[in-house]
Ligand binder design. Structure first.
Ligand code: F6R
Length: 608
């Protein structure tokens, strides 16, 4: 995730910003940069790759100043490179930005028509240009930022400096975290407490729509219309490790809780709900996967589970046959794939060796290649014809959570797009589905509030030596994912079956010691699952269920029932997997395991 720090005060800001960026490095980044107000102008240094590159550059070409901004970038618009690195400077302004400007293409066209030239592929640079456009003696610095931000749709945490005001910074927030840290004769703006904790514990957390005008001794906050607003100053007690996890005990829990925001980011700018359309980037749309006679999905682990769910949704909505394979199997079985087929590689890291090897096979055999990936410009996207980026931001916990749900969100958007192009669903159907998808973050928030009660259930289950997970249809991949999460971090054996397969073997395992986790919200297969569960109950099995609100049958046979709201089927997997992530997390944590770095596992599997 991108990281921001800004400083104004009496000290040399470069050292402060540089060490703040070091504190932000844990979030993952691909480039970094610093800009300072210096002698009536703005001076900046940026580097691709690690912070060491930026530091080496600063050693060769030093910067000096008392007001400045710095950034670690994780690419979302435009590949990782020095020209795309922040800060972006235009005219008298330089800015750093976290978030996504939704209407950036529209604004870019407008600015180009007025003679602007751009030096990067980023959405951020647009904002620097806009601020410049609105800057007059009347608006002043903060007024120009406010006027520019009125034109922007999307999410942002922005910190700007202006050559004409070398003792001031302006910071603005909308749906992306930003705070101000108060010092003595100096003040800071940052995306993250970790960046400023060495200097101050007195923090103002900005709210959506706030624009803060920051000088060494004063902070004035206004809303987007210019009305003053008051925000409390809080004293934080976190140490640096807690600050990096934003107060959560583990990255995994932080990432579980980030999912509503990350799914919102995945949808951002891609849903045209009124028209019942998906706004895909040109390269992805031009691949015309909807014309393929078959789609082949290949992935590993959690990404494979996302692919399996993708099959259900694409086949159901777009009526295109979809095959899904584990990459390590696919690559060695001389697969059948033709130029008429579409090939989708799903990979969080974009570096998984087996998935990449399959992509090369598909390339040799002439099929079109689309990847769904979280890391811009990693190996798999570079080898693909187009990439749909999931925008989950870096995932630090080894067990994948937000990467999975953003992959699901991506696959659902693609399925709806293919379906609309093939006219297998109407615009009205699409509107209804998109409306339902938009409700996912809200429903997830509600479930996250029950995390403590999931922990109480975890407490009762943690002595079990084995678990069985069951689900039908779209809930079968979720059962697989739930079992994988539990195995990875709790080291308890777990396996998943389609509910209907239970009587073909796994039923022999059932006794009073085996927790059976069954995912059975109300849908077309609910009744069938209910009868499978009577078979479990008759053999004394412990049933832990995920049910729809209002279900009064399944909770009666369950030791515990997790409830999800009554919602469209397309929404259910996001909610049921959330309970399973929380269950696995709490069991592992109660067992005292290293949740973020489970034994024997690596985040990126770049070898066979
Ligand atoms: C499980 C997990 C792994 C990965 C798998 C594929 O929590 O993280 O199963 O999903 O190694 O990795 P990517 O998606 O990077 O190709």
């Amino acid at each position: 995730m991108c990281g921001i720090i800004g400083y104004t005060g009496n000290r040399d800001c470069v050292q402060i910003i540089q060490s703040g960026l070091g504190r932000l490095a844990y979030r993952g980044y691909d480039s970094a940069g610093i800009a300072v107000c210096s002698n009536g102008d703005i001076d900046l240094r940026r580097s691709h790759g690690k912070l060491e590159n930026l530091i080496a550059r600063l050693t060769r070409e030093p910067l000096r100043g008392h007001t400045g901004i710095g950034h670690t970038r994780w690419a979302t618009h435009g590949r990782p490179s020095e020209s795309n690195a922040h800060p972006h400077r235009y005219g008298k302004f330089a800015i750093v930005h976290n978030g996504i400007i939704e209407n950036f293409l529209e604004l870019r066209q407008e600015l180009i028509a007025r003679g602007h030239e751009f030096s990067s592929e980023t959405d951020t640079e647009i904002v620097a240009h806009l601020i410049s456009e609105y800057y007059t003696p009347d608006t002043g610095f903060a007024g120009a930022v406010r006027a520019a931000l009125r034109r922007v749709r999307g999410s942002y945490a922005i910190v700007a400096i202006c050559a004409d005001f070398p003792d001031e910074i302006v910071a603005a927030r909308l749906q992306s975290p930003l705070l101000i840290a108060l010092g003595d004769g100096e003040n800071f703006a940052a995306s993250d407490i970790a960046a400023v904790l060495a200097h101050s514990r007195r923090i103002i957390f900005l709210e959506d729509g706030d624009i803060a005008h920051i000088k060494a001794d004063t902070v004035e906050i206004q809303d987007i219309t210019g009305q003053p607003v008051q925000r409390p100053v809080k004293t934080v007690q976190w140490d640096i490790s807690a600050a990096e996890k934003q107060g959560y005990p583990h990255y995994m829990l932080k990432e579980i809780f980030e999912q509503p925001q990350k799914i919102t980011d995945t949808f951002r700018g891609r849903i045209l709900e009124d028209e019942g359309q998906i706004n895909l980037d040109e390269k992805t749309a031009n691949l015309e996967f909807e014309k393929c006679s078959r789609i082949q999905i290949v992935a590993c682990g959690t990404s494979y589970h996302a692919g399996l769910l993708g099959k259900y949704i694409i086949e159901k909505l777009a009526r295109i046959p979809v095959d899904v394979d584990v990459a390590s199997e696919y690559r060695y079985r001389n697969p059948i794939i033709t130029p008429q087929d579409g090939f989708i590689a799903i990979s969080q890291s974009g570096e998984t060796a087996d998935t990449y090897a399959c992509l090369k096979i598909a390339r040799e055999r002439g099929s079109k290649i689309l990847s769904i990936c979280n890391v811009m410009d990693s190996t798999i996207p570079r080898a693909s014809d187009a990439t749909f980026y999931t925008r989950a931001d870096p995932e630090i916990g080894v067990a994948s959570t937000k990467a999975f749900t953003t992959q699901l969100a991506s696959l659902m958007l693609l399925a709806i797009h293919f379906a609309r192009r093939r006219q297998t669903i109407t615009a009205g159907d699409a509107r209804q589905l998109l409306n339902a998808l938009r409700s996912v973050p809200h429903h997830m928030e509600t479930i996250l509030e029950t995390s403590d009660s999931v922990r109480s259930v975890a407490q009762k289950l943690l002595r079990a030596s084995s678990f069985l997970y069951l689900g039908r249809n779209v809930h079968y991949p979720i059962a697989l994912e739930g079992a994988l999460k539990l195995k990875e971090i709790s080291y308890i054996h777990a396996e998943a079956y389609p509910s209907g397969e239970m009587k073909h073997g796994p039923i022999a395992l059932i006794d009073e010691k085996l927790p059976v986790v069954v995912i059975a919200p109300k849908n077309a297969t609910y009744e069938k699952t209910l009868s499978n569960l009577q078979e479990v109950k008759a053999r004394g099995g412990r049933i832990i269920s995920i049910v729809s609100e209002g279900d009064d049958m399944l909770p009666r046979v369950s030791e515990h029932a997790f409830v999800i709201p009554d919602c469209e089927e397309i929404v259910q997997p996001f909610l049921s997997v959330l309970y399973l992530q929380l269950l696995a997390y709490h069991i592992a944590d109660l067992l005292g395991n290293d949740v973020d770095q489970p034994r024997n596992l690596a985040k990126s599997v770049t070898v066979e």
